[in-house]
Design a protein around this ligand. Sequence first.
Ligand SMILES: Cc1cc2nc3c(=O)[nH]c(=O)nc-3n(C[C@H](O)[C@H](O)[C@H](O)COP(=O)(O)O)c2cc1C
Length: 425
Amino acid sequence: MQKSKFLNIVLAIAVLVLVIQLQNKNNSSDKSESTQTSVAEDSLSIKSDSAMIPFKKKSIGVRSEVYPKPAFVIGSYDEDGTPNIMTAAWAGICNSDPLSIAVSMRPATYSYENVTKSKSFTVNVPSSEMARYVDYAGRFSGRDVNKFEETGLTPVKGEFVNAPYVKEFPIVIECELREYHDLGSHRQFIGKVIDVKVDEAILNAEGRVDVNLLNPLIYGGGRYYETGPFIAKTGESLNEIDGEPFVPDYSRKYANKALEVIHNRKSVRHFTDQPVSKNQLETLLRAGMAAPTAVNRQPWAFYVVTERETLDALGEQLPYAKMLFQAKAAIVVCGDMEKAGNLKDKGYWVQDCSAASENILLAAESIGLGAVWTAAYPYDDRTKVVIDELGLPEKHVPLNVIPIGYPTGEDKPKDKWKPGNIYWR
Ligand SMILES: Cc1cc2nc3c(=O)[nH]c(=O)nc-3n(C[C@H](O)[C@H](O)[C@H](O)COP(=O)(O)O)c2cc1C
């Protein structure tokens, strides 16, 4: 009897505990639901806030987030006359008249001592291909190694100052130390520019450095980068574009270089006087031949026209290729009927040569050149002009003529994104 009473009490307690637990669970799920709602509301309100404030800034403290940073290589002699180089990012133009460059060095560097004593230094501006030498010069000290000997770079005695420059670098600037300032961690050396020497291959028609040909090395955040494409001329911010005031378009950012080139490609119909090199044309042809073709037939032939007379003659006779008068070269993409397959799949040559043509256009954009597709095929009169002018054999049918040159900047890419053209299934 006593035993069953005890059991009843245990059962009643168990039921009570169960009821309390269930209640707690309901309460907490209510709570979590209401918390979720408020989080959702919060994130909504954050969204609408961020829509109103396009640039949300966050303080990250005192850090050297200044871009782009240069990666100069500073040349100097030590007391024994041994040439040394060190990499410096804390550097740049600091005065126009007299033209002066400031370079900051830590007292621990060998170069600090060298420049203080020799009162001279050179600034060697690297192209991006020089990244590994620049990195080496910034990792080892001239106190421990002879960096010229280790890298195989060639020291050349400055023509005007008591400092060596690097023969292989595309731009060298000879500087005479005018003054220095001890700023804290670094001594800032101010050098008056005595002479600037530039590799002729990177000069444009006006005798100025073509930044795309130089492709200067950029340093930032512990990494090296190369320069991007030409974006705008100075003063463009003062222009109105299509009647609208110029507003920088930060949305034209692309995840990688390939997408950037694809979206920046435009039909370039206005060219400068700057010549186009054989190397550049070969770069375009290599890109053309990298295109996919049906059954890997590569049913093509590429005619490269650089003679002024022929470019003009084509321009005169082709109704939509008048830009040939300004262009410095043209590539004529032809189908090769002997390689184009049998009767059934012969038609692929147009697709194959079109893929090659698009590759050529993209390659031109990627190296700072401009190009435009002007049709020959399927117009009999236009193909005849090209065949006659270039003396093409019967097997070569010209698909198009692609005039090539340096763009003046007048032609802009079009935004052709139209979601209405897409049918999702
Ligand atoms: C990308 C890069 C940038 C650098 N910038 C500077 C700089 O601006 N000033 C500096 O004192 N050291 C800088 N350094 C470190 C020196 O180049 C490094 O200490 C070098 O070994 C000094 O050479 P030295 O002792 O032969 O003069 C940099 C290094 C790298 C890799």
